[in-house]
Design a protein around this ligand. Sequence first.
Ligand SMILES: Nc1ncnc2c1ncn2[C@@H]1O[C@H](COP(=O)(O)OP(=O)(O)OP(=O)(O)O)[C@@H](O)[C@H]1O
Length: 671
Amino acid sequence: MDRKDAILQHRTSLPIASVEMRLVDEVRKHDTIIIVGETGSGKTTQLPQYLSNAGFCFDGKVIGITQPRRVAAVTVAKRVAEECDVQLGQKVGYAIRFEDVTSRSTRIKYMTDGLLLREALLDPILSRYNIIIVDEAHERTVHTDVLLGLLKKVQDTRLQKQKLDKLDLNNLIQFDNGSQSSNTKLTPLKLIIMSASLDAKGFSEYFGGAKAFHVQGRQHPVDILYTYHPEPDYVDATLIMIFQIHLEEGPGDILAFLTGQEEIESVDRLVHERLKQLPEGSRNVLTVPIYSSLPSEHQMNVFKPTPVSFRKVILATNIAETSVTIPGVKYVIDTGLVKVKNYNPVTGMESLIIVPISKAQSLQRSGRAGREGPGKCFRLYPESEFWKLKDSAVPEIKRCNLSNIVLQLKALGIDNLLEFDFMEKPSREAITNSLQQLYLLGALSDDCKLTDPVGFQMARFPLDPIYSKALILSGEFKCSEEMLIVVAMLSVESIFYSPREKLEEARSAWKRFSSSDGDHQTLVIVFRAAAEYLKKIKAATSKTKAIEKNLNRWCSDNFINNRSLKHALDVHSQIKRHLEQIDMSLSSCGDDMLQFRKCLTASFFLNAAEKQPDGSYRVKATGQNVQIHPSSVLFRSKPDSIIFNELVQTNQSYVRTISRAWSPGLVSYYD
Ligand SMILES: Nc1ncnc2c1ncn2[C@@H]1O[C@H](COP(=O)(O)OP(=O)(O)OP(=O)(O)O)[C@@H](O)[C@H]1O
């Protein structure tokens, strides 16, 4: 059977295939429907194709499908392009931040929910789309929640406009009989909310009693296995499980869910250490990491076919939890934990914490095992713990800083946020806090309107408002080159890396880069040293492999995390491109580091802290007591006033990525 026939056979065997006509019919009859169907039943890949084939893309209109994560948008689009036998970017395409693989002929467009929100800034009634499918709505990312409210509004506006158009048309018919043109009138916006584990009732109520449709059945069974007792050390339990599967189970790749980059890297190392203890014939294991701050080309490594006679072990965060199909995966290891943002509206601080997943998430995780055939999911917790999990996770909107979202809604003309139709309203405190933060950043005026040009410019930047402001300000302080580097380096996970046993060696290597002014300038020095080195090797060779090998060696000699550095280089060029698009020219402050410090202070003054007599620091905006994290270059010198970028909550409150503040600047902000 050739590839085309195999795909056709696969498509017709999916559970959703038997209800194609009914689904199309339901979409024709209703403006909003909710579809709940098991993982792997074919919702994400098939429904857009059914709707396109049924003629919903008339007049060049597009079916948009949103995903909470970039990797899902990209891989699903690739798969659907293959199923439709078209080149990616033609009939089927995708768009994610900084990457648009669509064209005028695109009719099925996968994208992140955040990207569709940005599109609404330019086209508030989303006129290109006939249908929007909000996929994996159970994840309740802040973007999904805002999008739902916005889409409801767009549906209303389009209905109103359509009524007006009809009136106009009637007038035209009355006054000018033959002049009706076939110009493209707005159609109602069809909205489909989809997931495998959705609180269909809650969504239906929110959409005024929208009809919920259940797709029955799954393609392949997944066996769920639990531990007898809770595991005291889930990292160790994961390692044991990986080896148990490798040595005792049949062929098939393993997907293990962990909580973050550092944990993934340490499991990766430990797997390789333990492999050395196995007989040579059993060492055929390949580990592949995937987490959100990994550069996308490295993320895609998990989708590459496993070499013959090898077993692939994918070490993932929840980034691989929904929508994706990783070929070859037969076994899933679920630690039952996830790292999430947590926001304290009283202190206005956001931090990352590890919490148990929800039932919906565990269902998604096990669903990754039954994509190509029967699978097994090993839950590293007892069944009794599973029943104690929440049905679904707390929506992100309830636990994150809302400044970015508030800024975007303001740019969309939604001024009264307290009256915005959120599915679940964020707390009044969280909204007022973000309004206050945006006001202090100069994005809002006294009467809470977006300022022109600063507020509008900030809304256009695909960055956190505090970083957008820093970049805008850096133009004034003539240090935009340095600030661009800082923003890129702060957008990736830990640049510095050292194995525990080599900590002293690493510290002395880092001294070469360290600046007595603080971590921001240190990051600039590291970035420039790497860029300089890269330039040198590129002048000596054009071979990609040789360049990569040399850069990796440079990173390991200097105890720099090569993946994070490459990601930072990538983000740097992406933001640079964006600055060029908005005609912002770059300038360097050269050796005038005071200029840079002034700019850092002016940009990050919301995160300023003053030294206390006992050597701890008091955050000026909130009064919270914090310590300088030992990883900071200022850990020993402890200057009187600092600005910082990160608050880490362990048994103590630490601040990380710190610079000496330019004190006169701070005084003017707080007096
Ligand atoms: N990239 C891919 N490579 C190979 N097979 C794929 C790929 N994407 C999807 N499939 C196949 O198509 C099936 C249906 O996938 P689809 O994503 O449409 O299901 P779904 O119902 O949306 O599931 P989920 O809720 O888990 O996203 C998968 O189980 C898998 O067999």
